[in-house]
Design a protein around this ligand. Structure first.
Ligand code: DAH
Length: 344
């Protein structure tokens, strides 16, 4: 039996040397060392050995078992290492290969201007609000003191979807929604940037879709002086510290008084195409919130006052960056848009 044991040992040693994969080795290990494997024969035999020889045989069998177990372990470790090496080699990444070229996008110039305006207002305590582009006639007109058949409706050629539903013609309806939403009727300070739509034929200065940004303040002691100071600050931050503003009396149904706001031009009024030699460029409309608008928003006009500003983002963008055609802002021509890469 001891010879057979020696024989098994050498057989296993030899066989193990020729095995090349971990799987094969593990199968072979089962064949030899599992409960029903080749080695179990000796365990069965041991039971039959006389008591006096049992100790010697038992020790020998045990020695060989320990030896074979550790032999399998070392071989297993070697093969594992070998297979890992092969895998790493096969899956090796060539870091010298040129990578994919990612083309980082750039902010649209109008978004740059919107972000800039928001950054001016945020420290003053304003919050950004959004409203729907598909709007109800009620918010777009009625709540803003423009009842049906009011001639002011002609100022804004409207895309109607149904009788009472339309594409908003301005961002002002967000004023009405903000007042309505504020059930506590506490002060309001909001900004609302967004797309607006009008039934205009597209040309160098008109687009059927354009961008506005509405600012609204409602509080107890708001006066025209607050509006003027705010406009002055914004103009200087947007266009430069040397710029001045000028307020011209105007008419909007939702503000009283209403103003159109000009910013001073940088030219010397000599053949300047931007201000047409007037020295002033119109940039936005504004005014003190009309008492009727406050009332419809649930605010008592004897207690609360407010001001509103309507920025034309397209116009401001064109002025700031020297665009001569509004359509450049909407054609998505990469030659135009990628010029703003630095400003991401
Ligand atoms: N909603 C006006 C328009 O689209 C712009 C405007 C003017 C907004 C005066 C205002 C404002 O908030 O006070 O023509």
């Amino acid at each position: 039996m001891l010879e057979k044991l020696e024989q098994l040992k050498t057989d296993v040693e030899l066989k193990v040397q020729s095995i090349e994969t971990l799987k094969e080795l593990q199968d072979y290990k089962i064949e030899i060392l599992s409960k029903k494997g080749a080695f179990s024969y000796f365990m069965d035999e041991l039971k039959k050995v006389s008591n006096e020889n049992k100790k010697e045989f038992g020790q020998k069998i045990n020695e060989v078992k320990v030896y074979l177990t550790s032999l399998f372990e070392t071989e297993e470790a070697k093969l594992k290492e070998k297979e890992l090496k092969e895998k790493l080699e096969k899956e090796r990444i060539d870091v010298t290969l040129p990578g994919y070229q990612f083309q980082p996008g750039s902010k649209h110039p109008m978004n740059i201007v919107i972000d800039e305006i928001i950054q001016i207002f945020l420290p003053l305590g304003y919050k950004v609000e959004e409203g729907p582009e598909v709007e109800q006639d009620f918010y777009n007109f009625e709540c803003l003191n423009i009842p049906k058949n009011h001639p002011a409706r002609d100022m804004q050629d409207t895309f109607y979807i149904t009788d009472g539903i339309l594409l908003r013609t301005h961002t002002s309806p967000v004023q009405a929604r903000a007042m309505e939403k504020n059930t506590e009727k506490t002060p309001i300070k909001i900004l609302c940037p967004g797309k607006v739509y009008r039934r205009d034929d597209d040309d160098a200065t008109h687009s059927h879709q354009f961008m506005q940004l509405e600012a609204l303040v409602i509080d107890k002691d708001i006066t025209m002086a607050n509006l003027k100071a705010t406009l002055d600050l914004v103009a200087k931050k947007l266009f430069g510290e040397k710029r001045k503003i000028r307020l011209r009396a105007s008419y909007f149904p939702f503000t009283e008084p209403s103003v159109e706001v000009d910013v001073s031009c940088t030219c010397n009024k000599n053949g300047c195409p931007v201000c047409k030699d007037t020295g002033w460029i119109e940039i936005l409309g504004a005014g003190m919130v009309h008492p009727n608008v406050l009332k419809m928003g649930g605010y008592d006009p004897n207690v609360y006052k407010g001001f509103a500003i309507g920025f034309g983002i397209d116009r401001i963008t064109m002025l700031k960056y020297g665009f001569d055609d509004i359509r450049h802002l909407y054609n998505n021509d990469l030659r135009v848009i990628t010029q703003f890469k630095k400003e991401r």
